[in-house]
Design a protein around this ligand. Structure first.
Ligand code: ZN
Length: 327
């Protein structure tokens, strides 16, 4: 696993039989545990995000080709300044209107199932996977899996099935993605639009951060087979949805900023130098106090490894909700 064989896996999949043969022979001697998603560290090619609003979760190795996810320090400063400004606006508004701060929030959810055709491989996943996903979200955000309870609950309002081959797979940052979202997005800033489909570049999902002005791009894109019971090995318990919605609620990755500075802007998530993959128990990449938060929903570990938000993250999400998404 120290050889980054996954990079070869990624490029080899379905491409050249000679490369594939090499891959299989490598696997035969035990270097590659599986041909799917199992790996050493990613290539480290942390490209500039394709768009400052984009934030993804990736399988191991996907970062080698494309990672729209990592924010630069400048982007973090801009987002933090924007949050402060939004909170000031809200405070002024509240002082005038006498509104109160929301303590609990039920988020209406609309799920758009993008399909190439009517087959499972073409994106036609059953409703049961979607209702299971909503249950996973409600468990996770209520602290039911072992983390902090957040203010948020999720209510499935609609499943919208759309067969359109030109939107499948969903390609991050593409004109087709813009077209899809501008055609399908419904509701106000408080409405969570989830788009399910096969995704570009081995991505598991991506999300927009909250903005003061509602954009038609607002929402969360999730790999259809990452839902509970899906075929995405090690990433099929629904935590990609949990992670991406964390971004939609203004959370950064636990490894944002590495070991220095303000990191992810949350004081109770120990600093982490880089994303953690699989489930590396005891990992400790920064000299500051605390082991790496590999069990946090905002890292990149396997679904079976991540089970919690922290109280600081719960607070950050509620603050952002009141600043950006509350009615
Ligand atoms: Zn992410």
């Amino acid at each position: 696993m120290g050889l980054r064989p996954n990079l070869l896996t990624r490029r080899a999949a379905g491409v050249a039989s000679t490369t594939l043969a090499l891959l299989l022979s490598t696997a035969a001697v035990g270097v590659v545990p599986a041909a799917s998603a199992f790996s050493a560290a990613p290539g480290g090619a942390c490209a500039e995000p394709a768009g400052s609003q984009a934030n993804a979760r990736v399988k191991p190795g996907a970062a080698a080709t494309h990672d729209p996810n990592e924010l630069t320090a400048k982007q973090v400063r801009e987002r933090d300044a924007d949050l402060a400004a939004a909170l000031r606006e809200r405070a002024n508004f509240r002082a005038g209107a006498g509104a109160t701060t929301l303590a609990t929030v039920t988020i209406p959810v609309v799920v758009h199932v993008i399909q190439e055709d009517s087959t499972r491989a073409g994106g036609n996943i059953p409703d049961s996977m979607i209702t299971s996903q909503i249950s996973v979200l409600n468990q996770a955000y209520a602290g039911g899996t072992g983390g902090a309870a957040t203010a948020f609950a999720f209510r499935l309002d609609k499943i919208n099935r759309v067969t359109n081959p030109s939107w499948y797979p969903i390609v991050d940052g593409s004109s087709a993605e813009r077209s899809m979202k501008s055609s399908l997005r419904v509701g106000g800033k408080n409405t969570l639009n989830i788009y399910l489909g096969e995704l570009s570049d081995d991505l598991l999902g991506w999300a927009t951060f909250p903005q003061r002005k509602l954009s038609s791009m607002d929402g969360v894109v999730v790999l259809n087979e990452s839902l509970p019971g899906g075929t995405s090995t090690n990433y099929n318990q629904g935590d990609t949805g949990t992670h991406e919605i964390g971004h939609w609620l203004n959370l950064y990755h636990t490894f944002q900023g590495g070991c220095g500075g303000s990191g992810d802007g949350v004081s109770d998530t120990p600093a982490e130098a880089s994303p953690a993959y699989q489930c590396p128990t005891g990992r400790d990449t920064c000299s500051a106090t605390g082991l790496d938060p590999i069990t946090n929903f905002m890292d990149y570990t396997y679904d079976s490894c991540m089970y919690q938000f922290t109280p600081g993250q719960a607070s950050r999400m509620l603050t952002a909700w009141n600043a950006y998404r509350a009615a």
